[in-house]
Design a protein around this ligand. Sequence first.
Ligand code: BGC
Ligand code: ZN
Length: 368
Amino acid sequence: MKALAVSPGKKHSAHIAELPTPTLADAPAPRKGVVVRTLQVGVDATDAEIDEALYGRAPKGYDFLVLGHEVFGVVEEVGPDVTHVKPGDYCTCTVRRPGPTLFDLIGRNDITGHEEYYERGINLLHGFMTEKFVDDAEFVVKVPEGLKHLGVLSEPASVCAKAIAQAYLAQQRLQVWEPKLAFVTGAGQIGLLTTMMLRLRGLQVYTLARTPNPGLKEEIVKAYGATYVSTAERPVEQLVKEVGKPDLIVEATGSSQVAFECMRYLNINGALVWTSVTGGGKSIGEFPADQVNLEWVLGNKLLVGSVNGNRHHFAAGLADLALSETMFPGVTQRILTTPVDGFGDPKKIMRLLREDKAALKVYVDVSK
Ligand code: BGC
Ligand code: ZN
């Protein structure tokens, strides 16, 4: 079968590769295996950075890496020990696979203690941009029929659900934490889905991004009951003067500079969650380090990095997607701006990902 792959280490190498069609026998433990036919695969900045050769490694024994870590599919076949999905069910699949640490053994591979991480479509494991894939039932998550129109957002939703859950868990250090005001930086898929999830939790949300005339992004933010702020027109300092310092900031711009800048605006006892994976090599020159350090110490502030999501975060993300359909009907599907018919033209997919400013979300319809 065909697959969309890159040659890790080589810039702009996206191409079509050939792999044997997987069967149940190829599952790590065939009795617990699930064969899935791929329906849709979303692509994001991580895929673009892998194609830029900033990171991404091929599985052992291969000189290519199959891309795709945001998958929506339909179960084709299951091993005899599988009970939570059956043929015909819609599903998604988690990205990370266990390493050797205690966290991995208890199902928390999302916080593995190992430097080397194994992620399908990203690092050391082939991804889902194929006609079919097989995996262990443990990593296959059922998508309710009523959410099939949002199924391809399951993985990004899991990343947001984890980021928010981490903040609330870590803030138990305060004994009481009732955040009222949140800033979300970035209005890509992670920023928008996080905005939705924080609105579901009743926070007042400002979603900050650079774009001055964002059109659709602003409409989506508004429809979630949040406020879009173009930092080109209304700098963060000014916003803070007007609305106060936020109790929670979720950073999702993809810029390490913005991630550090956010430290200047967090409220006393607040939490800042970093989610941007920045593959580059930038440094920051003029950062007011003394002042920020002083404020963070005197204000008991928290910074937490959050990456990936395990099956429980997928379930939490899907639950929020379902709730959002009752609170904000029809809004989330507006994120899905840019379908591509099949992955036969890898260059086109990468071009859309990099250059199409109107594309909020590029995703591939792999099969019907
Ligand atoms: C993916 C995560 C992954 C992270 C780091 C993100 O794009 O959505 O699942 O853990 O990249 O590789
Ligand atoms: Zn991703």
